[in-house]
Design a protein around this ligand. Structure first.
Ligand code: HEC
Ligand code: HEC
Ligand code: HEC
Length: 475
């Protein structure tokens, strides 16, 4: 749903700054308020509010980030405590309604691009803490952002009322007494603030998260958020709890997976800052999510492929000039663009900084979109474990590194056949789709139908009440 490009270093620094500010503030504020603000700062990080509410190069939380959805572009709003441009006039109750029920201070409905269906799980005290943090610690920015104007019928915000009736569960998280304290903490974080299902759960006809397929995998913009249920074949049932914790904390597990795209951003801005106890709790809960098996999967995506190379069949092996050549083969493209880091045999570097391309979920998945996205957009993730950087090859046509859709299809198929899931294939059209931001076009009609259905529901409800009132008056 979201398509976010943010300057990473600046934001990490901003976060560090915020934590320092919170600590400094603790000295002069009464203990209780300081505690509440600190808790709010932590929750804001766990919820990754900054990721959506900050536009590239702009001040944190000042909004204006365009979020591309299948029904058009929705801009996040300014949530700094500015009186005129932000949420300075929001009372705690207004704030709670926006966050958990998707209703703005002026009574208008928010679009679910703001993940209020997840934040609805937040407890009262956590909502109060977030409010305290935004009001006391976030600097007001008096800059109004761009306004969202979607095409009809989605411009009727009231149509979301119908949608909410169907899909918003407004109750905060209720602990399951059959489960441990750790499990419940994990379930709360996953379903609420960390909103994993916003990306990892497929959406139904009306763009709602389909909870019968909880964490079963979904396409989010150009990247695919894989099945992370406990299934041992299609999911991550074979990962240890420690591996999952390490992935969330650093964005990588050698010989299994690495986090790029929106997951890389979530790790960088949010998950890496969580207490290890919370990371462990998340891992405990995720490991327990009911298994979802895709019958097309024979083996896991982490064990596909092996070390291999066809490069010896190429002329002279090293130093072949391929990019720009008339008709390079997949092997030649690999040699020219990838082998310098991932090695000629695809095994990566000894220290694991450059990952192996076999035993890698991006090449072993049935859906090769993450391989395409990695080639187009690269990887850029900063955590306390250092920076993971791979250049993208999807730059402008004038860029020397640019690979065409045809090149990427050839190269991707070579990588799949040599190192990954051999029965997966990539077409030029697949690459074109990921280059344009991910599959959406067919969804537009669908989503329009969906929102229109929401509008119809509203109309029906209004008619119902009007008719009832008339009847009463008539009686
Ligand atoms: C996935 C992206 C995303 C995340 C994460 C997110 N928001 Fe939002 N938020 C939005 C968008 C988009 C809007 C505007 C929606 C609209 O115009 O209907 C919005 C609107 C709001 C509003 C309404 C403000 C107004 O008057 O216009 C508030 C308050 C808010 N968000 C608070 C938060 C807080 C607090 C967090 C973190 C706990 C958060 N948001 C996380 C996308 C996000
Ligand atoms: C903003 C969207 C988003 C959110 C939120 C998100 N993920 Fe992800 N996740 C992704 C994407 C996209 C990938 C694929 C990344 C890649 O391969 O480079 C991914 C990959 C993963 C993987 C690796 C799976 C594999 O087979 O490679 C795990 C594990 C994971 N996410 C767990 C989580 C958990 C747990 C949460 C919540 C605490 C979460 N994610 C929240 C988008 C998201
Ligand atoms: C300059 C070095 C470099 C080059 C050149 C390079 N890569 Fe990478 N690649 C990396 C690094 C670093 C990572 C990320 C490691 C991490 O996340 O910890 C990575 C990650 C990947 C991933 C996993 C992405 C994910 O989302 O899980 C794939 C697939 C990949 N590279 C394929 C390729 C292909 C194909 C090429 C040639 C077009 C290529 N790489 C060129 C350094 C490079």
């Amino acid at each position: 749903m979201r398509n976010i490009r943010i300057r990473h270093g600046r934001l990490s620094a901003a976060f560090a700054g915020m934590f320092v500010a919170v600590c400094a503030h603790a000295a002069d504020a009464p203990d209780q308020t300081a505690e509440l603000i600190k808790r709010g700062a932590y929750l804001a990080t766990a919820s990754d509010c900054v990721a959506c509410h900050t536009a590239p190069g702009k001040k944190p939380f000042a909004g204006g980030l365009p979020i591309s959805t299948p029904v058009g572009t929705i801009y996040s709003t300014n949530i700094t405590p500015s009186m005129d441009s932000g949420i300075g006039r929001y009372t705690e109750e207004d704030f709670s309604r926006a966050l958990r029920l998707g209703i703005r201070r002026d009574g208008a409905n928010l679009y679910p691009a703001m993940p209020y269906t997840s934040y609805a799980r937040l407890t009262d005290v956590d909502t109060q803490a977030l409010y305290a943090y935004f009001m006391h610690e976030v600097k007001p920015v008096d800059e109004p952002g761009p306004t969202t104007s979607l095409p009809f019928p989605m411009n009727i915000r009231a149509s979301m009322k119908g949608w909410n009736l169907l899909f918003l569960d407004p109750k905060p998280y209720a602990p399951d007494p059959q489960q441990s304290v750790e499990w419940n903490r994990g379930a709360y974080l996953v379903q609420g603030p960390a909103h994993c299902s916003t990306c990892h759960t497929a959406r139904g006809f009306l763009m709602q998260e389909d909870m019968s397929r909880e964490l079963g995998g979904a396409q989010v913009g150009p990247w695919y958020a894989p099945n992370i249920t406990s299934d041992t074949v299609s999911g991550i049932g074979n990962w240890t709890k420690e591996e999952l914790a390490q992935y969330l904390h650093t964005g990588r597990v050698q010989g299994k997976a690495q986090a790029a795209g929106s997951m890389g951003e979530a790790v960088e801005h949010s998950f890496q800052y969580l207490d290890m106890a919370d990371i462990d709790a998340i891992a405990t809960y995720v490991k327990s999510v009911p298994a979802i098996r895709d019958s097309a999967d024979a083996g896991t995506r982490f064990t596909a492929g092996k070390i291999s190379s066809e490069l010896s069949t190429l002329r002279g092996a090293d130093g072949i000039q391929t990019v720009g050549e008339a008709n390079p083969s997949g092997a030649e493209l690999f040699q020219g663009s990838c082998a310098s880091c991932h090695s000629a045999h695809g095994e990566g570097s000894k220290d694991g900084y450059f990952p192996s391309l076999f035993h890698n979920s991006a090449t072993g998945a049935r859906d090769p979109n993450n391989l395409i996205a990695a080639i187009l957009y690269g990887v850029d993730r900063k955590t306390s474990a250092g920076q993971a950087f791979m250049p993208g090859f999807g730059g402008k046509p004038t860029d020397a590194m640019q690979l065409t859709n045809r090149d990427i299809a050839l190269l991707g198929n070579y990588v799949l056949k040599q190192y990954g899931r051999a029965d997966a294939t990539i077409t030029e059209e697949d690459v074109a789709e990921i280059r344009s931001g991910g599959p959406s076009s067919n969804l537009i009609a669908l989503a329009r139908g969906g929102m229109a259905a929401g509008a119809v529901v509203v109309v029906l409800i209004v008619i119902f009440f009007v008719v009832r009132r008339r009847k009463r008056r008539a009686a």
